[in-house]
Design a protein around this ligand. Structure first.
Ligand SMILES: [Zn+2]
Length: 193
């Protein structure tokens, strides 16, 4: 593993561990969510040497580089398709195979891209309705409740963790930021349940 540096949403660097053989990336808890949009390109697409290397590593039982717990593949029908993510039940860190970080960031970008001019509000509304409908139709997993708690709690935009009461309310967001935040909260709620 070697260390690679990327930027978070608000400029603070995040140091990730990248496997120099397979190109997979280890994210400590919440680092995946804090990574600034487009940072995946810096450590995946431009790394041509790694892109040429074989990536046939699916199915291997991996252990957490922090605490050696066995990683489990994260599967959820609401999670963006084509992204294989393994996470540590102990420290909540996640492992992404080569290319999956890029796909994760692309999924986030797709979510926030307006379908047509002025339709951001409608998209956000539809997306929230869709998520709620899916959860109401499915078995009770607690995700919806958890998501509700996230959405009604003032969040630190950097870490997506609840703000302390004395830090006040977050600034008003434009719709694109709000959509992004909802997307990240949904993913986070799915992963933490
Ligand atoms: Zn761990």
């Amino acid at each position: 593993m070697r260390q690679v540096k990327i930027q978070s949403h608000y400029g603070q660097p995040i140091i990730l561990e990248q496997c120099s053989q397979c190109g997979g990336i280890w994210f400590d808890e919440s680092e995946l969510f804090r990574a600034k949009q487009g940072e995946s390109d810096k450590i995946e697409l431009l790394d041509t040497e790694i892109l040429r290397a074989p990536a046939n590593i699916e199915g291997l039982a991996r252990n957490c580089p922090r605490d050696k717990a066995q990683l489990f593949q994260f599967k959820d029908r609401y999670f963006p398709k084509g992204i294989i993510l393994e996470r540590c039940p102990s420290c909540k860190g996640v492992w992404l195979n080569r290319g999956a970080f890029t796909r994760f960031q692309q999924a986030r970008k797709e979510f926030t891209r307006p379908k047509e001019k002025g339709s951001e509000d409608k998209i956000l509304e539809e997306e929230i309705e869709r998520i709620l409908a899916m959860h109401q139709a499915g078995d009770a997993t607690g995700t919806l409740e958890r998501l509700g708690r996230f959405l009604s709690t003032p969040m630190d935009r950097n870490t997506l963790l609840p703000l302390e009461a004395d830090q006040g309310q977050p600034e008003a967001e434009n719709t694109a930021n709000l959509a992004m935040n909802v997307f990240m909260l949904v993913l986070r709620a799915l992963m933490l349940r």
